[in-house]
Design a protein around this ligand. Sequence first.
Ligand code: GCW
Length: 720
Amino acid sequence: MQSTQNVSALPGFVVLGIALVCTIVLPSPVAAETGAEAWLRYSALNLQAATIYQQLPEKTVLLGDSLVLKTAQWELVQAVSQMLGRSLHAEDGSSPEHAIILGTLTQLSVLDPALHPPPELRADGYWLKAAKIHGSQCLVIASATDRGVLYGVFALLSKIARGESLAALDEVQQPYAPVRWVNQWDNLDGRIERGYGGPSIFFAEGKVRADLTRAGQYGSLLASVGINGCTINNVNAAPGILEDGFLAQISRIADVFRPWGVQLSLSVDLSSPKVIGGLDTFDPLDPRVAEWWRKKVDEIYRHIPDFGGFVVKADSEGRLGPSTYRRTPADAANVIARALKPHGGVVFYRAFVYNHHLDWRDLKNDRAKAAYDNFHPLDGAFDDNVIIQIKNGPIDFQVREPASPLFAGMHRTNEAIELQITQEYTGQQRHLCFLVSMWKEVLDFDMRIKDPHIDANATPVKALVAGRVFHRPIGGFVGVANVGMDANWLGSPLAMANLYGFGRLAWDPNLSAEKIVDEWTRLTFGSDPLVVKTLTAMQLNSWRVYESYTGPLGAGTLTNILGNHYDPGPESSEENGWGQWHRADHQGIGMDRTVATGTGFIGQYPPEVQQLYESLEHCPDNLLLFFHHVPYTYVLYSGKAVIQHVYDSHYDGADRARDFVSQWQTLNGHVDRDRYRDILGRLQYQATEAIAWRDAICTWIFRLSRIPDDKGRVGTEPRR
Ligand code: GCW
């Protein structure tokens, strides 16, 4: 990344001054690239594309001198130089003629009271405006906050990189929600839980890395799509992260995030007061425990004045939690929240609390019910700076799940949706799987809440988590990213569309998947029409293709859930306490979650949604097996029997995965050589894996059902 390669030099640049303009780099469109620049390549525009920017001002004027504002100006100067081969002169506000002007609304009104910024501009939102100032044509990038100015600069640069006209520019962009955070599941030894892009960019061998260049670069990538917070360590948290000596190390990471307006936060272990604090308890209602958290938090803020807060995983998958003392999640969250409150910090308490020793023989047991059962009764009991972080579905990032009913189950509690960018159950970056399509379905899903206290006529998940329906003070979006030291961050250049897409959706969940992938493709590979057309179509199809050969009809990802969460392994779901059951037997398949005869999970949704899922008649085919146990011969809306659908879906999916290879091959010579080859190799591998999945699942279900495939592909093996 021409820009981010220099990020580590940021403090240096601040000292040296930004008149320093970098060398112009003019890569040929097919030169080798590593993917390290992701969507911030700022590659040189060709002459024809560059002509529409001839009128771009020759200089940039900065109103103010904060670190974030200086970063914004630095990014602008660098990127314009790289894309247009022009050196923008960087100046302070004394002579603002013919300039790109960067500043906050307050600074702008001093410069020219005649400018009337849009009154609705909120924190972090920005205004891009071609305007006359003191009689000269200028381009204004303004916001209520310094960070918003930085976001405005990135938006302007994205337009230039994609060849959009800036004539008559007058655009206001506002973030949909205040919380737009990523979580990293990095361990202090440098490994990343469910990370597929190399080791941690933050930690190695129990310490913070000496060289944090990559962490700074990550900060710029996050800021460029409006992400404003990053939790740097695994939710399965090592208590040692809060040790006195460690905090000074952590503060170095906060230092490299700060220029980009990214707040650092930490995952914490609830037993810390006992394990590292020397107390004989971590009971959240014990005053000594409250005092310990208060002191610890004060100390953190001495090291990191803009610290964001804590993420908590407790009473889940073997983690200790308030249940040790028969206390509730609200007791635990609030004791920490009260320590953070005076500093403006928040607590994300994860709703991923469930018993992983469920008795699988009891047909009424259901892991899907756990989040609602645990948190709905506590609605209203959490302090205002607590946010309940809820996974998109009620199980665990499967290839398809319905929206968690908990989103609709808390009207007096802040919420955030947790989405998984790292492809744990969706191909681990070795399979192409563009998740924005999946996330959109959940975010747009209307929970149909009827409540006399709300005026909204629609209550989609996106509005609920943003706090818009019940007028909550805070809420939003969290994505588990797990980037690593691999040059291309996630292990595959194409997987970066998911990180980009998460940021864009968190900023504006009303954006379409098509718009997001179009932007990402142009920024990542350029605007060659064949590349844009081919790659956007591949990305947009990819989730459904992956679903069709790994877990159609809502059965969940039929993977090895006891091991790598990657290979086919449908039998591993059954007969254990993890609760990812699909209940396949000789007669039929699917979890009966109805109120009438099943686990009752459907009863957790608002009444209209219950009606949708409870009856076989209304339940959509793509979630059928999530909600119902049906015979293999049950006929779907499509007119096909379930078993034939499973066969056809797997064959079709494997064929379409194979087609990705030939589609990509049409781009030979249209994208740079290294990324072309890397991606080709991945797609070829995916094509063979899809066949392995197809054969494993089709054979498994044939052996259970003994119903052969109408088309003669499965079930032809001789009977013994
Ligand atoms: O999906 C499961 C993962 C665990 C993860 C857990 C969680 C960090 O398999 O690796 O632990 O979810 O979300 O806490």
